[in-house]
Design a protein around this ligand. Structure first.
Ligand code: MN
Length: 149
C-alpha cells in the first residue's frame, strides 16, 4: 500500500520515507553533531514535528526566538539550558521552551540524545547571543560551565 498513514520506524529512530537532514546549514550557527528529521509538516495543524539527535558530547545551538518549542526526550541522556537553568533530561521527559528564552541541549554519555520537537510551521528565525547576552548568561557559573558557542 502506497500511502503515508503509517511510516514504520526502521532501525534506531529512523523512519520510512523520512530523510536524514543536517540540523542546520554548516557554519550558519554553532552546533556539534546534530541531525534532524522532519516527521510531520501539516498546514492544517500549523505545526511541524521534528526529531533531533545529538551525538554523544554534541550540542544544539544556543539560541532564542519568539516561537516556542514543545520537546519530548525519546532516547539517551543529557542536559538542557532553558533560561538560566540547566537541568538533566532523560527518556520521556517533557521540556517546554517559552518564547525568547535562551536554550541549548547537550548529550551526555555514550548514547545519542534524541528528542521530538514541535514548532509552528510559520516561525521566526533563531537569534544567537551577542556579547552582552553571553556575558549575562556567563554571570551564572553553572550556565557558564554548560554553554557551548
Ligand atoms: Mn530553538
Amino acid at each position: 500500500m502506497n500511502d503515508e498513514t503509517i511510516r514504520r520506524m526502521q532501525g534506531e529512530c529512523r523512519w520510512e520515507g523520512v530523510e536524514l537532514l543536517d540540523y542546520k546549514r554548516e557554519g550558519a550557527a554553532p552546533f556539534k553533531d546534530v541531525t534532524r528529521q522532519l516527521l510531520f509538516r501539516t498546514g492544517d495543524l500549523g505545526c511541524e514535528l521534528r526529531y533531533f539527535e545529538v551525538a554523544a558530547e554534541g550540542y544544539s545551538t544556543l539560541e532564542r526566538h519568539a516561537h516556542t518549542h514543545a520537546v519530548m526526550i525519546l532516547r539517551g541522556r543529557g542536559a538542557c539550558l532553558v533560561g538560566m537553568t540547566v537541568r538533566a533530561v532523560g527518556p520521556y521527559d517533557l521540556v517546554h521552551i517559552p518564547p525568547m528564552t535562551w536554550h541549548q541541549f547537550r548529550a551526555h554519555g555514550a548514547e545519542p540524545l534524541g528528542f521530538l520537537c514541535m514548532v509552528n510551521v510559520a516561525r521566526d528565525r533563531p537569534q544567537l547571543p551577542d556579547a552582552a547576552a553571553l556575558a549575562a548568561l556567563r554571570a551564572d557559573p553553572k550556565v557558564a560551565a554548560f554553554i557551548r558557542v
